[in-house]
Structure formats: C-alpha cells, structure tokens
Design a protein around this ligand. Structure first.
Ligand code: C2E
Ligand code: CA
Ligand code: CA
Ligand code: CA
Length: 273
C-alpha cells in the first residue's frame, strides 16, 4: 500500500495530534482564531473495506494555535455551540474545505468529502439552499458532499429536522448518521430520515474484540443499516482484527488510524485513477 504510506508519512502519531498543554480556550480566543484563519480543515481518508482504496475524506476541524500547538475540536466545538459561534465556525470550515475541494478538482481529482454539521444548525430552513450556493461558489457538486449529523442531534424536534434533511437530500447532498448507537434516535426516525449512510460509533468498534455486547451492537448496526438501504461505515478502526470483523460483516467503508490519520490538506494524497 504505497499510497497509504504516502498519506501516513507526513502525519505520524506525532506531538501534533495531541495538544502539549491543558490550554482551555475561551470565546474571545476562538473568535480571534477564526478571524486569523487559525482554525483549519484537516482530512481523514475513508477507505473501501474490501479493496482499501480511498473513497473520500472526512473534514475535521483543527485549531493550530501559535503558542499552544494543536487544539482539538473536543476543546472548542462545545464552546462554539454554547457561545453562539457555531454558525461562524461551520461556515468557515465548510468554505475552507470546499475551496480546497475546488482546488483538487481543478487538478483533475474528484474528491468526495464528508462535513460535520452541528445539531444546532438543523433548525435553519435556509440551510439547504445556502449550502447549495456555497457548493456552487467553489465548483463542487452537492453529490460529492456528505453531511454528517450525530445521532444525538435527532433528539430534538424531529418534524422540522426531517424537513431540513429532506431538503438537503433533494438537493443531492449525502446524509450520514454519525456516532450511531450513542444517541436516542428511534427506529422510526432512522427509517423516515432520508439518510444515505450510517456510521457505527468508534466506541463499539474499540470494544468489539473484548466485549460480546459491543460486538453484538456492531453486528446489528451493520445489519440494520443494510436493511434500511444505507451504506455502512465503521470508524475508529485501529487493528487488522477490527478491520476483518467489519469487512466480514459487509461494512462498505472504514476509517481509522490503522489506515490513515487526519492530516492537513497539503499532506493528503488522493488516488489519481
Ligand atoms: P467524529 O465526527 O466522530 O470524528 C471522528 C473522530 O475520531 C475524530 O476526532 C478523529 O480524529 C477520530 N479518529 C479517527 N480515527 C480514529 C481511530 O482509529 N482511533 C481513535 N481513537 N480516534 C479516531 P476529532 O478530530 O478530535 O473530532 C472529534 C469530534 O469533534 C468529531 O467526532 C466531531 O463530532 C467534532 N468535529 C470535528 N470537526 C468538526 C467540525 O468542523 N464541525 C462540527 N460541528 N464538529 C466537528
Ligand atoms: Ca463525523
Ligand atoms: Ca463519529
Ligand atoms: Ca464522535
């Protein structure tokens, strides 16, 4: 897997993956970081479970802090959601990621990307058209873009969420239900929602080899996803054993440190054919 080596080489499990200190950002610092372009999209490859070819990439936010090093999203997404900055952050991430995709497309590649959408944004009826306009601005067709929504997001008012999800799907965006198994979505919501993909949460993958219960959840989530006509992705694959398990269960795509870590756009290598 030369291609994998190429991807992994610039992004070892280095210091840059973990922030070197316990820096606790506040709203003002985050606002400044957004102004200064310090919050940037990184990309983690998604692979075909059978062939291990790269099929796409998930966009993950990284705050590259001049003094504190890399600050992971776990330290600022919640902050942004609480302090009313999530719209700005999402807009910035989507624009930067789509601009990058536009560049890749100009270079003759056809990158598929998955973008994380905060639950808070599933309340805005204008979102679907705004995203269509944004995709057009950067020359990226909506069918190349999947929007990941965490399952916990679906705990709110499902009727209006369903409206927005349906509009997104009608505009040809892919819709992925993220962290499946950790939220409280009902089977009815899962069945009614116009989803195209289900991502089995990494916590179950992590325990599948040691806990019968976790393995049962992995198996039944994959089977359920398939019965509902969804593509199933397993995330957090760290070992060949986990890889074999989900591939044998018919999972279509995999994502995890075994195959590739998230890395900056300039380090990301797409297959050319
Ligand atoms: P997520 O969407 O579930 O993303 C997957 C997380 O698992 C990422 O953490 C990724 O780096 C990590 N990961 C990938 N493969 C492995 C593996 O093999 N083992 C382990 N242990 N971890 C793995 P990250 O980048 O720290 O992101 C954390 C969460 O922050 C994401 O979880 C997502 O919910 C949120 N997030 C990240 N970027 C954005 C964004 O732009 N917007 C919003 N709204 N949320 C974001
Ligand atoms: Ca995600
Ligand atoms: Ca996830
Ligand atoms: Ca998660």
């Amino acid at each position: 897997y030369d291609r994998l080596a190429a991807i992994q080489a610039p992004c070892p499990p280095s210091a840059v993956e973990k922030a070197p200190d316990r820096y606790r950002p506040d709203t003002e610092a985050l606002g400044n970081a957004l102004d200064d372009g310090h919050v940037v999209p990184w990309f983690q490859a998604k692979f075909c479970a059978k062939t291990r070819k790269i099929l796409g990439a998930e966009v993950l936010a990284r705050w590259i802090h001049p003094e504190h090093g890399m600050v992971g999203p776990d330290r600022f997404i919640g902050l942004a959601e609480r302090d009313g900055m999530i719209d700005r952050l999402t807009d910035s991430m989507f624009r930067q990621a789509l601009a990058q995709c536009g560049e890749w497309r100009k270079a003759g590649l056809s990158p598929k990307v998955a973008l994380n959408l905060s639950p808070h944004m599933l309340l805005n009826l204008d979102l679907p058209d705004a995203l269509v306009d944004m995709a057009r601005d950067y020359g990226v067709p909506p069918e190349q873009i999947t929007i990941e929504i965490t399952e916990t997001a679906l705990a709110g008012d499902f009727t209006s969420q369903l409206d927005i999800l349906t509009r997104l799907r009608m505009r040809r965006f892919g819709l992925s239900i993220d962290d499946f198994g950790t939220g409280y979505s009902s089977l009815k919501q899962l069945q009614q929602g116009p989803f195209t993909e289900l991502k089995v949460d990494q916590s179950f993958i992590a325990r599948a080899m040691i806990e019968e219960g976790a393995r049962a959840i992995v198996e039944s989530s994959i089977a359920l996803g398939h019965r509902l006509g969804l593509k199933v992705v397993a995330e957090g694959i760290e070992t060949e054993e986990q890889m074999r398990l989900v591939a044998d269960l018919g999972c279509e795509e995999v994502q995890g440190f075994l195959l590739a870590r998230p890395c900056a756009a300039q380090s990301f290598v797409w297959p050319t054919s």
